[in-house]
Design a protein around this ligand. Structure first.
Ligand code: ZN
Ligand code: ZN
Length: 330
């Protein structure tokens, strides 16, 4: 039987297999729910026949690729356009031919990486299509990378290109890593942070080991997050699901400090109604002393846990500079 790619209909995780996979390692993991009605795996051809997508330039030179209708966790594939070679971080759940042609028009992919398995999407398609010279995944997550070929496993840090550095943060996933873009002061933070948004505006930040069950991180894991990101300068974070220009370094550190100031438990840290200083240094307590509101309250009891972590895909992306590929089919 020939090998082929199959997507889990519940989470979107792709597996290379010679038959319908027996189960999905993302869904059997504690951090995700099992599908309520049993397994369903979608062969590549079926996904290609039923999905399309779009690309939006959310900031100059920063593109977001998304898949419609939503597939699995419905993440975003980021593309950083650079003269020296584009960087793709995370991947959309599936790329239609039109999406791949658009990516090619933008210069393709030279360097490819992802934070952790929830952000892999159809990363294998980008490797298959563009053959990037580097596919980088942190060492501790290599057990999840069967659908593609990692060329650059790394330990604690890896400089993908000058000013673009991967940092291992662990926590939510053993090999979770963030990508720091020093030039544009952005932190592609994986699921280190969950950003609540309303009407496209970030309202709260939280950190979890497992989102849907509201399982918190330990203090040791939170301290590790803090140690890694404190030296980095950034004005915005980008998860696989949200673009949050309201969450800079001070807010990110304040949310971690808030979590470290009390026993382990998930609490959403409300953003200030007035934006914090964007380039301030030294004062990590902006939230408390700079007009920040209180945390939104404990929700560790699981009362408002939603399905998976993101039931409203792409909500963090501003609705501008959009380019839809409606009707496109491979
Ligand atoms: Zn799954
Ligand atoms: Zn995750």
């Amino acid at each position: 039987m020939p090998l082929g790619q199959y997507a889990c209909a519940n989470c979107g995780f792709w597996q290379l297999h010679f038959a319908t996979p027996p189960d999905c390692p993302v869904c059997t993991d504690v951090r995700n729910d099992l599908p309520a009605d049993g397994w369903r795996f979608l062969p590549r051809a079926e996904v290609a026949a039923t999905h399309e997508g779009s690309a939006r330039e959310v900031a100059p030179g920063l593109w977001a690729f998304t898949t419609t209708p939503a597939l699995g966790l419905a993440g975003t594939g980021w593309l950083i356009v650079r003269e020296e070679g584009n960087i793709a971080f995370e991947a959309a759940p599936f790329y239609s031919n039109a999406m791949l042609r658009e990516m090619e028009r933008l210069g393709g992919v030279s360097l490819l990486a992802a934070s952790h398995a929830h952000g892999y999407g159809a990363l294998w398609q980008l490797q298959e299509t563009f053959g990037p010279e580097v596919v980088a995944i942190q060492l501790d997550d290599l057990f999840m990378t069967k659908a593609f070929a990692v060329t650059a496993p790394y330990d604690e840090t890896l400089e993908l290109a000058p000013g673009y550095t991967l940092h291992h943060v662990g926590g939510h996933y053993p090999g979770q890593a963030v990508l720091h873009d020093a030039e544009h002061k952005r932190l592609f933070c994986g699921d280190m942070f969950k950003i609540d948004q309303e009407d496209g505006r970030s309202t709260a930040v939280s950190s979890h080991w497992a989102f849907h069950k509201n399982i918190p991180l330990t203090h040791g894991q939170l301290r590790r997050y803090r140690e890694v990101i404190a030296p980095l300068d950034f004005d915005a974070v980008l998860t696989p699901f949200e673009y949050a220009p309201e969450v800079g370094r001070e807010v990110a550190l304040a949310s971690l400090d808030d979590a470290l100031s009390r026993p382990p438990g998930v609490r959403r840290f409300a953003l200030a109604t007035v934006n914090p200083p964007r380039h301030g240094e030294g004062n990590h307590d902006v939230q408390r002393h700079g007009g920040g509101g209180p945390a939104l309250g404990e929700d560790g009891a699981g009362g408002e846990a939603g399905p998976l972590h993101h039931d409203a895909p792409h909500r963090g992306l501003p609705p501008r500079a959009g380019e839809d590929f409606g009707g496109a089919r491979p």
